[in-house]
Design a protein around this ligand. Structure first.
Ligand code: FES
Length: 148
């Protein structure tokens, strides 16, 4: 298999992912699919005093997607919901020390699933309306398939 240059951090999060699992009756739940490869990520959050108190993920995807999920949950835990909404796909990839170009699309799911979970919570508490929850764009960040 060709060596495509994963950072140490990606490997470490893939081998030892943080916050794996499911939260029963979460305050917020987000699920996104990656249109490039069909992989799927779910994020569950509980909220206390407007902060992410607990967060877990379940990812049916490649190693990079698992590393991204692990990293995004670590970045988001303890942050206020507004702060967590500012975490971008690029931030997650950068925190991981970068991803190989052909795996950049795998970094899309993390921030998108996190934002979906927060919006789900906001709909539940009446802060926003369901109609305001629109899919985040999956365009423009490494569109090519990685073939896994
Ligand atoms: Fe599907 Fe990486 S997220 S191949």
């Amino acid at each position: 298999m060709a060596q495509i240059g994963y950072s140490k951090k990606v490997m470490e999060h893939f081998m030892n992912p943080r916050n794996v699992g499911v939260i029963e009756n979460p305050d917020g739940y987000g699920q996104v699919g990656n249109p490039v490869c069909g992989d799927l990520m779910e994020i569950f959050i509980t909220v206390k005093e407007d902060k992410i108190d607990d967060i877990k993920f379940r990812t049916f995807g490649c190693g990079s997607a698992i590393a991204v999920s692990s990293m995004v949950t670590e970045m988001a835990k303890g942050k206020t919901l507004d702060e967590a909404m500012l975490i971008t796909r690029k931030d997650v990839a950068e925190e991981l020390g970068g991803l190989p170009p052909q795996k950049m699309h795998c970094s899309n799911l993390g921030a998108d699933a996190l934002h979906a979970a927060i919006k789900n919570y906001w709909v539940k508490i009446g802060k926003i309306k369901q109609e305001e929850v629109k899919e985040e764009s999956h365009e423009g960040e490494g569109g090519e398939s990685c073939g896994t």
